[in-house]
Design a protein around this ligand. Structure first.
Ligand code: SAM
Length: 282
């Protein structure tokens, strides 16, 4: 294991379907000196399923800081440690952040072993743009704080991704309707890769009514992928459009239209000319 010396492997595990574990994850889990796991009983079952037997150490949000010293000592001593969580990619709404920071500070190598994450799985099937997205993890449990967080996101143009539990999915959908409007698109992704996998795409109001009317759709684990806010035209763009429309109606030559509108809206002549061409084509 010479190339393993003193390395923390951050290993992704399945979010439901055990067939999603990667061959490399199995190989790394099978050869590290220690597996640091959020819930050792849960992860013990996964290791047994994979035919592996490795020492396990519990590392969860309540003991993570206490365990740091011990783990860093082992890593500094040349041991290889795998960090796993109950499901998906560690640190994504899961423990591990203080350990990874501490490894970097101590000059210890941190290696990703990528694989499943509910966030990326949901985004990939949501039908929403994936070039810009905001991952919000879990919203606050208390209603007032949840509304406040949603208020702050109402104008965000990127796709919004939230984790949610069965206990709060209805309240969260209702709050989203109130803040984002019932007409905003959403993909409700439930129990991904599992038996009752559901991907329901629609408008917030319709999806809320559907979940309200069917108790079975409130069970399990959820990712809510919400469309970003529609892009607002800037005041200068709006002014340019209105000036161009009036001047085009007058039947003036395009160059002259662009020159006058550019001065009125305070934008460049080229921009005004291109926009005038677009409007003329429309
Ligand atoms: N680290 C995990 C990951 O990479 O996805 C997330 C852990 S977080 C504690 C658990 C939350 O992830 C669940 O409450 C749910 O919102 C989401 N989640 C996990 N597995 C899921 C699945 N199979 N289908 C839908 N959502 C899931």
């Amino acid at each position: 294991m010479s190339n393993d010396k003193g390395c923390l492997y951050v290993v992704a595990t399945p979010i439901g379907n055990l067939g999603d574990i990667s061959p490399r994850a199995v190989e790394v889990l099978g050869r590290v000196d220690l597996v640091a796991a959020e819930d050792t009983r849960h992860s013990g079952r996964l290791l047994r399923h994979l035919g592996l037997e490795r020492p396990l150490l519990a590392l969860h949000e309540h003991n993570e800081r206490e365990r740091l010293g011990q783990l860093l000592e082992r890593l500094a001593g040349g041991q290889a440690i795998a960090l796993i969580s109950d499901a998906g990619t560690p640190l994504i709404s899961d423990p591990g952040f203080p350990l990874v920071r501490a490894c970097h500070a101590a000059g210890i190598r941190v290696c990703p072993v990528p694989g499943p994450s509910a966030l990326i799985a949901a985004l990939s099937v949501s039908g929403q743009p994936t070039d810009r997205f905001v991952f919000e993890g879990f919203l606050p449990r208390k209603a007032a704080a949840r509304r406040e967080r949603l208020d702050g996101l109402a104008a965000e143009p990127g796709t919004l991704v939230f984790y949610e539990s069965s206990h709060r999915v209805l309240d969260t959908l209702a709050d989203m309707c109130a803040v984002f409007g019932e007409g905003r698109e959403l993909a409700l992704c439930r129990e991904l890769t599992k038996l009752h996998e559901t991907v329901r795409v629609g408008l917030l109001g319709g999806v809320l009514a559907w979940v309200r009317g069917d108790e079975s759709q409130r069970k399990g684990e959820f990712v809510l992928v919400v469309a970003g806010a529609p892009e607002q035209a800037s005041p200068a763009d709006a002014q340019l459009d209105s000036a161009l429309r009036i001047l085009l109606e007058e039947g003036l030559p395009l160059k002259q239209v662009a020159a006058i509108a550019a001065r009125l809206a305070g934008v460049g002549r080229n921009q005004a000319y291109q926009r005038a061409l677009d409007l003329q084509r429309q």
